[in-house]
Design a protein around this ligand. Structure first.
Ligand SMILES: *Cc1c(COP(=O)(O)O)cnc(C)c1O
Length: 226
């Protein structure tokens, strides 16, 4: 069941890439395994998945020792500053950096441990009250502050688009984030690259890929409803 779902999601991504004139290898599928038990992750692993997304540090820490060590764990949920020290060294990327205060905390903990941390800035493109993230007009100032952090490296942007019935409604949001990333990338800021665009979930990843996503975060479409 999980293998069939993965095959189907992968096929949908590939078709969207071809339509958009992109190479399927440009898009990493992150299997969002939050709330799902270890045996389901083992099934996804057996089917070839190496990138897993979790929204709680606790869950990464609980699952990681139970599973193969070549898994790349992605922290995709809102991160509290008091959890930062635990996520460092346990996730390959923090997608959900939504404030300068959080970025500062990551820098402080990374410096203590003498490690480098790759991050994405979460952008609330749709300006939803209920969502975390920088407003688009705040991103550049954040980038200009974080670029000087020696242990924190901005690799791109992330967004959680609104929950909609028709994914076409989110196309403009993905397009906007893509264009924004291109603009920042062109500035050639030291210690900042915009190669990663983490956008698209079960309901809208196909549209996100057409609009330039390099990482899609799919949970329900792989593991079923939560
Ligand atoms: C849960 C979650 C997802 C996956 O959502 P689905 O709709 O189940 O695919 C993606 N991104 C984030 C940040 C999430 O919290």
């Amino acid at each position: 069941m999980i293998k069939e779902n993965l095959d189907q999601v992968r096929e949908t991504i590939n078709a969207a890439c071809i339509r958009a004139g992109r190479r399927p290898e440009e898009v990493t599928l992150i299997a969002v395994s939050k709330t799902k038990p270890v045996p389901m992750l083992e099934e996804a692993y057996a089917a070839g998945t190496r990138d897993f997304g979790e929204n709680k540090v606790q869950e990464i820490l609980a699952k990681k020792p139970e599973l193969p060590q070549d898994i790349r764990w992605h922290m995709i949920g809102h991160l509290q500053r008091n959890k930062v020290s635990q996520v460092i060294g346990n996730a390959v990327m923090i997608h959900s950096v939504d404030s300068l205060r959080l970025a500062r905390q990551i820098e402080a903990e990374a410096a203590k441990k003498e490690v480098d941390v790759d991050i994405l800035l979460e952008v609330n493109v749709a300006r939803e009250e209920s969502k975390y993230g920088f407003m688009l007009e705040e991103v550049e100032d954040a980038v200009m502050a974080i670029k000087d952090f020696p242990h924190v490296h901005i690799k791109g942007l992330m967004t959680i688009a609104p929950f909609v019935d028709n994914p076409e409604e989110n196309r403009g949001i993905f397009k906007k984030l893509f264009e924004f990333a291109v603009d920042i990338g062109r500035k050639n800021i030291d210690n900042v690259t915009m190669g990663v665009l983490s956008m698209g979930m079960t309901g809208d990843y196909e549209v996100a890929v057409e609009e330039g996503a390099t990482m899609v975060r799919v949970g329900t479409g792989i593991f079923g409803i939560r």
